[in-house]
Design a protein around this ligand. Structure first.
Ligand SMILES: Cc1ncc(COP(=O)(O)O)c(C=O)c1O
Length: 355
């Protein structure tokens, strides 16, 4: 049996709202993986990997893609491919690349990071323009602008495409390419009702994750121009991302990128909204419903004495898992492992123990 209950090692019904990386592969993914013909992907001989890379490139409207083990590696390869040591990259101040990728940009890439604040999850375009360095012997060269959608730290919000458009125009005028951390690009495209390629079109390269919400057990794809991907392949090998017989993983990845699987994400968004609306009516709980765009619900306790960690522990004892994302903040993330009924039960349980 391969159920969530086994995965979580518990007999109690668990409603796991901590992350969308808890999603399990579907039966179809497992069957496709089992049937996959395998080959050595380092030599482009694994048929499923070649197919997955093509599908990812098509769906993001780029020329080529490369399969990588993780989003972190995909982003790092993008940084290495676009830049040279000692250069500077521009990122929104709370971007995942800066806050949560173990300093890889500095440590492996030898890069300086210039942060630009921004509302809505996108760096302020005027700030980006100002942050691009003039050609001066004293300054590091600016070699990349990074964007992110959906924005992880701001609770899965989708930055407006108008801002991406402004930044893309600045990038072209100033000759600085753009990389998009699209770990949850499909959540953004479902929210906006546009094709993923329309969003990725504002960037020269894009990383998409297969293992967040889409249900594949592992993997991301980095997409860009043919020339970019040929160069990126060398960095993938250097970082140990040449994985040989990847067909099992890529077969699951192909199913992750099926149209039906992508459009299913709207159920996660509906469940997040249901949860947010159910909890927002409770006294002392603050949820900005305007910021619930996709599958995250950021929940704040107004009482500064209320400890989110302790509350998460209490919830866990009732079979509901959430993340204490700050002293007063609980984060819930919906995924295909959580049904509408699970959300209704969660609301009832919280009503029962709160305040
Ligand atoms: C926005 C964003 N980018 C990149 C990553 C890194 O992906 P991975 O966990 O596959 O390394 C994550 C992971 O949560 C993420 O949320």
């Amino acid at each position: 049996m391969r159920t969530g209950a086994i995965y979580r090692g518990s007999e109690m019904k668990i409603i796991d709202l901590r992350r969308d990386t808890i999603t399990l592969p579907s039966i179809k993914m497992c069957e496709d993986a089992f049937k996959a013909v395998l080959g050595d992907s380092v030599y482009d001989e694994d048929p499923r990997q070649c197919e997955l890379e093509k599908r990812a490139a098509t769906i993001t409207a780029k020329e080529k893609g490369i399969f990588v083990p993780s989003g972190t590696m995909g982003n790092l390869i993008a940084l290495l491919t676009h830049t040279q040591k000692g250069e500077e990259i521009i990122v929104e101040e709370n971007a995942h690349i800066r806050t949560s990728e173990t300093g890889g940009a500095a440590c492996v890439g030898g890069l300086m990071i210039k942060t630009v604040a921004g509302k809505d999850g996108a760096p302020d375009p005027a700030g980006v323009e100002r942050a691009i360095r003039d050609d001066n012997i004293h300054y590091p060269g600016t070699s990349l602008i990074c964007l992110e959608t959906t924005h992880y730290r701001y609770g899965g919000i989708v930055p407006p495409l108008s801002k991406f458009g402004d930044i893309s125009r600045i990038s072209k005028r100033r000759g600085v390419p753009v990389h998009l951390d699209g770990a949850r690009l499909f959540n953004a495209s479902v929210y906006l009702g546009v094709q993923p390629g329309e969003i990725a079109g504002f960037a020269d390269s894009v990383m998409i994750s297969l293992s967040k919400g889409l249900g594949a057990p592992v993997g991301s794809v980095l997409c860009g121009s043919g020339e970019f991907i040929e160069k990126a392949k060398r960095y993938r090998k250097m970082l140990g991302g040449g994985m040989r017989q990847t067909g099992w993983l890529c077969a699951a990845g192909l199913e992750a990128l099926s149209d039906d699987n992508i459009s299913r994400l709207k159920e996660d968004h509906q469940n997040a909204r249901l949860l947010a609306e159910g909890l927002a009516s409770l006294p002392g709980i603050e949820i900005d419903l305007n910021m619930v765009h996709t599958n995250f619900v950021k929940t704040f306790f107004e009482d500064p004495g209320r400890d989110a960690q302790a509350f998460a522990g209490l919830l866990s004892s009732k079979g509901i898992r959430a993340t204490a994302a700050g002293r007063n903040e609980l984060r819930f993330v919906t995924s295909k492992e959580v049904s509408r009924d699970d959300i209704l039960s969660t609301i009832e349980v919280i009503k029962g123990i709160y305040p």
